[in-house]
Design a protein around this ligand. Structure first.
Ligand SMILES: *Cc1c(COP(=O)(O)O)cnc(C)c1O
Length: 387
């Protein structure tokens, strides 16, 4: 079978794929059908947190597969219960709703925010402020939350109840809170798809103060930043804030689909039976994999993530052809003088997989990428940027 031709014939035409087929891998190395080796700095968009075919993750998943692969939420099951307990103990949040993707995790957060507004101020307090250039998912409502008009085209009308504020502009946010009946602010602390841009700490602290003063919820979308990616277990910890709702997905499952909406003290009692649900949510296999991921993101690993991050920043920041390096931890955007797509293609040719975010080259390596592998890949990337 010619996978490219057959894919083009039978797969809905929503993805612009790279001309590359991945068939297997180990850790941070992946291989195409001809056995060509690549160093993977994209990890399936921050999903394969410990790389490909990680032993501990695989053993946890296989052990669960041998027991029961799915229960539905009609019954109790240990993997999801235990995962929720570990997440709450590690984050200080109080309760978890499990789903299967980042978009779904955000849908649940949006439901929580609207219910909070209704409860505290009345039914018309449903507006959620999100940021321009944000990305919150592909469902109609999370698209509506997404502050990029290009994603709204063709699919209007969007779900009402979202307004978009300029990142790092606290005055604009205050004005929007005054002019709309709001229930929450929802933001990514490091905008991922929007170009790997970290919010200013002072701004985020002001947002927290504002939402407390106005009795709104602070929702942090950690679908991409979460689970060790930024050098903290969750990026909100790095910012020293206490969000009311934290959503995550991507890296949590280590390669299997899972979404989690974590609810803090002010949000934990908003849901009652029947108000939300998901057939696959809390799937025992996905949760067993996630448990093996989350239990291994300890201070030692996070320290290494920060050291590797510093190495990448130092190596690329003043390199020839580099305009700017942004991001946090192992979530890094490199703005290059050369077109990013050309850099990415050059790297691929030389056996390094990097991806794109807006006009930037985006790096999302495995949290445990070996030093030598990282150094080799960054050297090749640097050469391709300089070319
Ligand atoms: C990827 C992403 C989403 C959407 O996640 P899906 O699993 O693709 O639905 C939402 N928010 C952020 C910040 C993301 O990076």
């Amino acid at each position: 079978m010619n996978v490219i031709d057959t894919d083009k014939r039978y797969i809905a035409n929503t993805y612009a794929r790279f001309p590359l087929q991945l068939v297997e891998g180990k850790g941070s190395l992946v291989y195409d059908e001809n056995g060509k080796e690549y160093i993977d700095l994209g990890t399936g968009i921050a999903v394969n947190a410990f790389g490909v075919a990680d032993e501990a993750w695989k053993n946890a998943v296989i052990a669960q597969l041998d027991k029961i692969q799915h229960t539905s939420n009609l019954y109790y099951s240990i993997p999801c219960t235990r995962l929720a307990q570990v997440l709450c103990e590690k984050t200080g949040l109080k309760k978890v709703f499990f789903s299967n993707s980042g978009a779904e995790a955000n849908e649940c957060a949006i439901k929580a925010a609207r219910k909070y507004g209704e409860l505290k101020k009345g039914k018309d307090y449903y507006t959620i402020i999100t940021l321009k250039n944000s990305f919150h998912g592909r469902t109609i409502t999370t698209l509506s939350a997404t502050g990029q008009d290009v994603f709204h085209e063709h699919f209007t009308p969007m779900t009402p109840g979202f307004v978009h504020a300029t990142a790092n502009d606290i005055d604009e946010l205050k004005t929007l809170v005054k002019t709309h009946k709001c229930c929450a602010v929802m933001l990514e602390l490091v905008q991922g798809e929007g170009g790997v841009a970290a919010l200013d700490k002072a701004y985020v602290e002001e947002v927290e103060r504002l939402i407390r003063a106005e009795d709104m919820l602070l929702v942090v979308d950690e679908v991409q930043t979460g689970n060790g990616r930024t050098g903290a277990l969750y990026a909100f910890m790095e910012y020293g804030i206490t969000p009311d709702v934290v959503t995550t997905a991507k890296g949590l499952g280590g390669g299997l689909p899972i979404g989690a909406t974590m609810l803090g003290e002010r949000a934990e009692t908003l849901f009652t039976p029947g108000l939300n649900g998901s057939t696959f949510g809390g799937n025992p296999v996905a949760c067993a994999g996630a448990l093996s991921v989350i239990e291994r993101i300890d201070d030692k690993l996070l320290g290494e993530v920060r050291e590797k991050s510093a190495y990448i920043f130092e190596t690329l920041q003043n390199a020839k052809g580099v305009k700017n390096v942004s991001g946090m931890g192992l979530m890094i955007g490199v703005e290059t003088e050369k077109d990013a797509s050309a850099v990415i293609a050059g790297c691929m040719q030389r056996g390094v997989l990097v991806i794109k975010a807006k006009n930037k080259v985006r790096l999302l390596p495995a949290l445990n990428i070996p030093w030598e592998t990282l150094k080799k890949s960054i050297r090749i990337l640097k050469e391709e940027i300089e070319k």
